[in-house]
Write a protein that binds this ligand. Structure first.
Ligand code: ATP
Length: 241
């Protein structure tokens, strides 16, 4: 299952009873790329990410991620995937230090010591975590907990990342940090990233390819420049917000 060119392919429909959230979307994403997944509220973005992650079963059709069928939830698949919704602050017992919490994650995901050290060092550098490692979780600010949460989600070095609105609710500084982090992470690890955002600036900064979904259908697949020439600024704004 290694060395596949396509990190994931999908051709599926997903309904919630009579609500047809995803009416049939088909796409293929090349390994190592960062793809923006945009569309208005209720377009079907989260449903798609949940289906690709194996949380939801498609009502019809097929999904393949790294050669796996996501809803089988095979351990090898789960160890290669992270679904991060919003900016997930580090959770768990608040009396633990950040480092203890990361060690606990190492055990859960069975990360070998060597890989743990290497991944941790890289994440500490990218997320500026050095001064936080020995602090208790209860003593961290929200922004610090968010950075630690990111390290926790990525400690086992997933090859596929689904980021659902990673900059939602962040202040300007944190938005900048998050964008730099996503870009550095994808360059350093070669991870394949599918990210949703309502901020065009996010996809402009990070994504070479855009998938636009509306009413559960894929309406556009291409680069942002071409999308901007095809849609009026008003329509583009409507898609983004
Ligand atoms: P947003 O940008 O607002 O997060 P989205 O593009 O992620 O939206 P989804 O959350 O995938 O959209 O929702 C797609 C459609 O499915 C919407 O009409 C939504 O109301 C509906 N839906 C989502 N989850 C459920 C659910 N658990 N039960 C019933 N309907 C749902």
């Amino acid at each position: 299952k290694e060395g596949l060119q396509a990190a994931f392919t999908s051709l599926f429909k997903r309904s919630y009873r009579e609500i047809r959230a995803v009416q049939g979307i088909s796409f293929e994403v090349t390994a190592g790329s960062v793809v923006g997944f945009i569309g208005p509220n209720g377009a079907g973005k989260t449903t798609t990410l949940k289906t690709l992650s194996g949380i939801l079963h498609p009502t019809e059709g097929e999904v393949s991620v790294l050669g796996y069928t996501p809803w089988n939830r095979e351990p090898a698949f789960l160890r290669n995937l992270a679904l991060i919704r919003g900016s997930q602050p580090i959770g768990g017992p608040v009396e633990l230090t950040v480092l203890d919490s990361l060690r606990y994650q190492q055990l859960i995901y069975e990360v070998p010591d060597e890989a743990f050290k290497k991944n941790l060092n890289e994440l500490v550098e990218m997320l500026h975590l050095e001064p936080l490692l020995t602090r208790q979780i209860r003593a961290l600010s929200l922004g610090e907990r968010m950075r630690c949460g990111l390290a926790l989600s990525l400690l086992y070095r997933p090859r596929v990342l689904f980021l659902d609105e990673p900059t939602l609710g962040l202040d300007v500084t944190a938005v900048g940090m998050m964008r730099r982090f996503i870009s550095t992470y994808s360059h350093q690890t070669g991870a394949t990233i599918l990210l949703t955002s309502h901020y065009m600036a996010d996809v402009e900064a990070l994504c070479g390819r855009i998938l636009l979904i509306d009413q559960g259908q894929l309406k556009y697949d291409g680069n942002l420049e071409d999308l901007s020439t095809r849609l009026s600024p008003y329509k583009l704004l409507k898609v983004a917000v």
